[in-house]
Design a protein around this ligand. Structure first.
Ligand code: FAD
Length: 422
């Protein structure tokens, strides 16, 4: 943190542009996010958490700032951020409001995955031209109307883990598809304008296959779409991740966010796409550290100006936090830097290790922060207890939960492709 006498402390970048050799665009976007986060998101964050309500005011403001279009290509009217620029920007927002950054991630992926990422994938020229025409429809809604897209994939079975075909189905009918199924933990439920669902295209006489996954933007107000159940969780309360039911919902062919077969190709050839859930938690890790430094210096707003920094135990604890934070940042930065199509086995394992490290360390840092700062720091009038609860959710997010990262890392470390013990 920078502090000059007589001025309020402004947060330093998580990734210093010079030290990490950020591009001019990355430096600009992260500075914008940091300013927006501190000024707009932070003062409102406690409310969404307390009420478990969706941060709609933030979305209106993010639209005005162009942030809903961060990953829409420049020549299509957006800010043109690629994968790394997005991740770095999202981490800065996560620092100030976890629920806003996490839901924003769901929205942004509908543009990043259909935009920059698809440029690295193979499709016939005709399919690419059609894909570009279709995505313009989605992009225009976002650019002109501030439309919000969500990303409900989870169903409570093995599909969201990538181990089975999605149970939600799409049946081809003249002019489009009829969608039926159920999605759980659908962040932005009842607030997004379009639900970007993954579902399996039904083929007459054929078993459901992951290769037939479709990615469709279902209008929230389409007949047959229903939001059910309540939402009263431990953390990330502002995500409003209720259950969605689709009962014979008709969607037009242009609802396709990707051509048939392309999601499967993306998931297998561009697996870093699943790392996009981690930036929010990178930001929360930084927030836990920032809080601790401010608190021990007697500079945390909302607390008496009591300094605790002179105690050696506090200095040791904050040093341990700094070590853990820098380890987390270094690994994560490398993983988001090398993200791209067809990663090597080594790069893939590093991505899983980075995801695991960010998700687990964010909560470990928040726990250390609470222990170090003490009882007064966990009051609901301060952000730390929310950071602690929000950060607990990261390791649970499919497909790369902490458990599944460890599973896969252990297997990949000991087996080469196709190797068995028989
Ligand atoms: C705050 C929050 C917001 C969310 N928002 C969204 C959203 O917008 N969209 C969305 O699609 N999902 C969302 N999720 C859901 C999330 O990705 C998971 O699907 C959900 O947490 C899974 O919960 P479950 O109890 O059904 O997991 P289960 O499927 O019961 O799995 C429990 C654990 O078992 C392990 N496991 C699961 N499958 C396998 C397997 N095949 N092999 C080995 N181990 C396995 C995993 O480690 C997993 O954590 C959100 C979750 C949270 C906490």
């Amino acid at each position: 943190m920078d502090a000059s006498p007589g001025t309020a402390m402004a947060d330093a970048p998580i990734f210093d542009p010079a030290a990490f050799r950020l591009t001019a665009q990355e430096a600009e976007l992260t500075a914008k996010a940091r300013d927006f986060g501190a000024r707009v998101l932070a003062p409102r964050a406690a409310r969404w958490d307390r009420e478990a309500t969706f941060p709609m005011d933030n979305y209106r403001d993010m639209h005005a700032e162009g942030l809903l279009a961060i990953c829409i290509p420049r020549d299509e009217g957006g800010l043109g951020a690629g994968f790394r620029a997005y991740c770095l920007t999202a981490a800065e927002l996560g620092r100030y409001c976890g629920a806003t950054a996490l839901t924003w991630n769901m929205h942004v992926c509908s543009t990043l995955w259909t935009g920059a990422l698809t440029e690295d994938l193979e499709m016939p020229a005709e399919a690419r031209a059609e894909h570009r025409r279709r995505r313009r429809i989605h992009y225009d809604r976002i650019l002109k109307d501030g439309a919000i897209y969500s990303q409900p994939f989870s169903e409570g079975g093995a599909a969201a883990a990538g181990a089975a075909a999605f149970g939600t189905t799409a049946r081809r009918v003249p002019g489009g598809f009829v969608v039926s199924g159920k999605k759980i933990f659908a962040s932005l439920a009842g607030h997004a304008n379009y639900y970007g669902i993954l579902c399996t295209e039904q083929r007459e006489g054929q078993a459901a296959s992951r290769r037939d996954t479709l990615y469709l933007g279902v209008p929230a107000d389409a007949p047959g779409v229903e939001v059910v159940g309540d939402w009263d969780p431990l953390g990330m309360r502002g995500t409003v991740s209720r259950t969605l039911i689709f009962k014979d919902v008709f969607v037009e062919e242009d609802a396709a966010l990707m051509p048939p077969g392309l999601y499967f190709q993306a998931a297998t050839r561009w697996p870093h796409m699943f790392l996009t859930l981690s930036p929010t938690y990178m930001g929360l890790a930084q927030a836990a550290y920032d809080f601790t430094v401010r608190y021990l210096r007697g500079e945390q707003p909302g607390t008496p100006p009591v300094k605790r920094r002179m105690y050696p135990t506090k200095q040791i604890a904050v040093a341990q936090m700094k070590v853990m934070l820098e380890q987390t940042k270094a690994l994560w930065f490398q993983a988001i830097t090398e993200a791209g199509p067809d990663p090597s086995k080594d790069a893939m394992m590093r991505a899983l290790a980075a995801q695991y490290t960010v998700m687990e360390n964010a909560n470990a840092l928040a726990a250390l922060a609470l222990r170090t700062c003490g009882g007064q720091s966990m009051l609901k009038s301060l952000p730390l207890e929310r950071i602690y609860r929000d950060s607990r959710c990261g390791a649970l997010m499919l497909p790369w939960t902490a458990e599944l990262c460890i599973d896969r890392l252990g297997r990949d470390a000991l087996y080469e492709k196709g190797e068995t013990d028989s």
